[in-house]
Design a protein around this ligand. Structure first.
Ligand code: SF4
Ligand code: ZN
Length: 729
């Protein structure tokens, strides 16, 4: 490592350590050693400290020991004459700095400093990590950038943020340059900052950057199934990050000692530093085969340079529209006062309908607007809209129509300044004044659909033709055909059973994070992330026979009750790298399927009730098993097979095969109001179908109780059928 950087990093590390220690002794004086400290919503305590020291810090007193050992990693403070021949010293100083930073961040609330003031989001709860994790695994979000400091002006800040968003890179922001911050700059430009827009402001101090590294550590725990422990474990977690988490640091503005020290910490994770100033570069050596520090990069070139250095794989599609586009713009709202035109919502009829047609009846690339265009109506007009997509493909099958149509939502959310909510005939679509002023027209909605469909589904989409009806009469004329198609598809999907097919589909998308995990998706059991059902698997295989979804022949039934097939067991032995040899599709007790980390819900046995509970990942409270979701997830995830615990997609609860080997839906004794809400009438209908219409009202939720004893009393009072069914294990 360059001598200047090493010296500055070590000097910075001493400063950070001094500050953390001072803060700690004040905090202990005021609150005592037993005072609890934590980041909200995580099962990994202070995750960077847990990674680097193996210690789970939950009380102030425990920080003393941790800081003391981290101080021991600091090399001797170099004098100008001292020559540092290798990276080691500075890297150790960097690791110690991260420990100090995380201690400081954790102690802030005790000193009356909120981690979430103004637009700052503070540390990330596990629930968000899991939700975003699926984007990391399926490539929608190829990596993250930790932006440290501020840009020369607000406009350049927005430019950089947009350039990163356009590449779908998650942007963490922290620290400041001479008191200004990138997040404040974006805020002044009225840029939406939240998890949906991939722009996440952590905090104004350099210490807040540690939350980005905490995110990385927890990715290794939640998706990689790695465990904290000693030196060996800590090294494995760092290597996991180097290999699988494509992240980098953008150093913006003057780099002071503290920032050098923090950068050295990030280099431990294999995250290179790209700077806009003239700092000494560090070329490839030792642990990395790429540069550690690249200096003097113009802001305009930063994203592409970073992507190149870190080897991030970016999938972007060129679409000839006058605004930026990409998944990072999906979450952006168009506010009422920014509105150029609006369709649907509760005001007008707005629906989308995709259908397949014979090849020779379509003119590929034809996009038409039938009715007024954006320029023909006054600002903020409300019009009806029918988005009619006709497509043809040699390998197209009618059952893929619903899958392609479901993608319209994300496609039309991607252009900057277009907001799309809902699906089918519940669509609400807005186009902003900014987009209109940049030249965006209704016609461009068709351009987006044309390009995205052809790009994402090349094997099944050969021709696409889009008609955008804004003429009320035409919209009403097409509507009955759309409604008939929706109904027909639902009936067809509902009629699909596990017995009715010979082929199931595997999904190994999550293996990039959980190397032994594989989902087996059947018509009656969707993937645990909730994002892939059997038809998705089938279509994905048609599109790419060498991708993450493969057909799995059942061959013969090994156990019809458990849902075991010879073909499946043979397949998973191989696909799990020999880690597992049997999977049951219908049991959470005997050979349950493994769970990676991105499950929508966890189902878990509740001893003493004869039943199970289902908790969704957004639920933050306590559950009757005595653990919040985050702790449950720690037991369930990481690609393990844990009898009594499975990760599931929410809709699996409605399936006739929902833990059917263990007693089925009648076992459900507790769930969250969110799950009840989402399933609503469909859950009521399932209760009726199994001959227990009153079951719906007997299933408790957090508004009834969150502890086991009161739950058992409740179950007895309402005579829940699970009590009669006997213990599950
Ligand atoms: Fe991951 Fe399973 Fe979802 Fe595939 S179906 S993305 S393996 S959780
Ligand atoms: Zn997963």
């Amino acid at each position: 490592m360059s001598r200047i950087i090493a010296t500055a990093a070590i000097r910075g590390a001493y400063k950070c350590m001094d500050r953390a220690e001072t803060m700690l002794s004040e905090a202990i004086n005021r609150h005592g050693r037993d005072k609890a400290i934590e980041f909200p919503g995580t099962a990994y305590a202070l995750p960077v400290i847990l990674t680097l020291t193996g210690k789970r810090v939950e009380k102030l007193g425990q920080l003393e020991e941790v800081l003391w050992s981290a101080r021991g990693w600091l090399p001797v403070m170099p004098t100008e004459q001292l020559w540092l021949p290798y990276l080691g010293g500075a890297l150790d100083a960097g690791a110690a700095t991260l420990v100090a930073h995380e201690a400081v961040e954790a102690m802030k609330p005790l000193c009356g400093i909120s981690l979430t003031s103004d637009f700052w989001l503070g540390p990330t709860p596990d629930s968000i990590l899991r939700e975003q994790g699926i984007k990391l695994v399926d490539g929608r979000m190829p990596g993250f950038a930790a932006c440290v400091g501020a840009l020369p002006n607000d406009e350049v800040a927005e430019q950089l943020a947009r350039d990163l968003q356009e590449r779908n890179i998650l942007v963490f922001m922290g620290s400041n340059t001479a008191g200004d911050t990138m997040a404040a700059q974006l805020n002044r430009r009225r840029v939406d900052m939240n998890w949906e827009t991939f722009l996440v402001p952590y905090g104004p101090d350099t210490s807040s950057i540690v939350h980005a590294l905490g995110f990385a550590c927890r990715a290794a725990f939640t998706f990689g199934g790695l465990k904290p422990g000693g030196l060996k474990e800590s090294r494995e977690i760092l290597l996991y990050n180097k290999r699988r988490v494509f992240a980098f640091v953008l150093a913006l503005g003057e780099v002071d000692d503290e920032k050098y020290a923090t950068a050295a910490g990030a280099i431990n994770f294999g995250f290179p530093v790209i700077a806009d100033t003239d700092i000494p570069e560090i070329l490839p050596s030792g642990i990395c085969e790429y540069e550690h520090v690249v200096a003097n990069v113009a802001h305009r070139d930063m994203p592409s340079r970073a992507v190149e250095v870190r080897g991030v794989k970016i999938k972007t599609v060129d679409i000839p529209i006058p605004v930026r586009h990409g998944p990072a713009f999906e979450g952006e709202r168009v506010r009422k006062e920014d509105l150029a035109i609006e369709f649907g919502g509760k005001y007008t009829r707005c629906f989308e309908y995709l259908t397949s047609r014979p090849m020779d009846q379509l003119q590929d690339g034809l996009i038409r607007v039938v009715g007024p265009e954006i320029k023909d109506v006054p600002e903020a007009t409300r019009l009806p809209l029918a988005i009619y997509v006709e497509m043809a493909g040699r390998k197209m099958q009618p059952e893929f129509e619903s899958i392609l149509e479901r993608h319209i939502h994300s496609y039309l959310s991607e252009p900057m300044g277009v907001m799309h909510l809902g699906q089918r005939d519940t669509v609400w679509l807005r186009i902003s004044k900014k987009a209109r002023d940049a030249g965006f027209r209704i016609e461009h909605l068709g351009t987006v659909l044309l390009h995205k469909l052809k790009n994402d589904f090349p094997a099944i989409v050969d021709k696409v033709q889009v008609t955008l009806f804004t003429d009320p009469g035409e919209v009403d004329k097409l509507y009955p055909a759309a409604v008939a198609a929706y109904r027909h598809r639902d009936q067809r999907m509902g009629a699909l059973t596990d017995e009715g097919v010979d082929i199931l589909y595997s999904c190994a998308l999550c293996q990039s994070y959980a190397p032994n995990h594989v989902c087996i998706i059947t018509p009656e059991r969707p993937g645990l992330c909730g994002a892939y059902n059997w038809l998705d698997g089938k279509a994905a295989y048609e599109i790419n026979p060498h991708g993450g979804n493969l057909p799995v022949k059942k061959i013969e039934v090994t156990d019809p009750v458990l849902g075991q097939w010879k073909g499946v067991n043979d397949f998973i032995r191989n696909a799990s790298n020999g880690a597992f040899s049997r999977f049951s599709a219908y049991s959470m007790i005997n050979d349950p399927m493994t769970s990676c980390g991105c499950f929508e819900c966890i189902a878990c046995v509740l001893p003493g009730t004869g039943g199970i509970m289902v908790v969704d990942r957004e639920y933050q409270g306590q559950t009757p098993v005595g653990m919040p979701f985050s702790s449950l997830a720690e037991m369930t995830g990481g690609g393990q097979q844990t009898p009594g615990f499975i990760g599931i997609g929410t809709l699996y609860i409605l399936s006739r095969k929902f833990i059917s080997a263990d007693g089925g839906l009648a076992r459900l004794v507790w769930t969250t109001t969110r799950v009840k809400h989402r399933l609503g009438d469909a859950l009521r209908a399932r209760c009726e179908e199994i001959g227990k219409p009153e079951l719906y009202y007997k299933i408790a939720d957090e508004s009834v109780c969150t502890e086991l004893e009161p739950l058992i009393e409740h179950l007895a009072a309402v005579e829940h059928p699970a009590l009669e069914m006997g213990e599950m294990i």
